[in-house]
Design a protein around this ligand. Structure first.
Ligand SMILES: C=C(O[C@@H]1C=C(C(=O)O)C=C[C@H]1O)C(=O)O
Length: 104
């Protein structure tokens, strides 16, 4: 008797090729989390510095430079620059929220 066909919504298991790709994805995701944690450690220091020196939480000029640089890097790395910009803006908006709290 043959096994039931697997429907498209069934979870996939025992696929060695997919498992190997997913192991790499898990490593990359871990690296992203660790890099983000390191970035937020630094931006927390920036937020403390700004709060004690009466500097504004956001710096739109600096952000424009970062976005132009990241868009070029994304393009060269074959990553969608729109995605690169949206990702950086998402992170920066969280940093600015932290800086506003540090000031309060
Ligand atoms: C970290 C800073 O504060 C804010 C957050 C930024 C960031 O997360 O890269 C960049 C500019 C500022 O709006 C900074 O001024 O350098």
């Amino acid at each position: 008797m043959s096994a039931e066909p697997t429907g498209p919504t069934e979870p996939i298991d025992h696929d060695e090729t997919l498992d190997a790709y997913r192991a790499s994805i898990d490593n990359i995701d871990a690296a992203i989390i660790h890099l983000l944690a390191e970035r937020f450690k630094i931006t927390r220091k920036v937020g403390e510095y700004k709060a004690t020196h009466d500097l504004p939480p956001a710096d739109p000029g600096r952000e424009a430079q970062q976005i132009a640089r990241l868009r070029a890097l994304a393009h060269d790395a074959d990553l969608d620059p729109e995605f690169g910009e949206a990702f950086l803006r998402f992170i920066i908006s969280e940093v600015i929220r932290h800086h506003e709290k540090a000031r309060a």
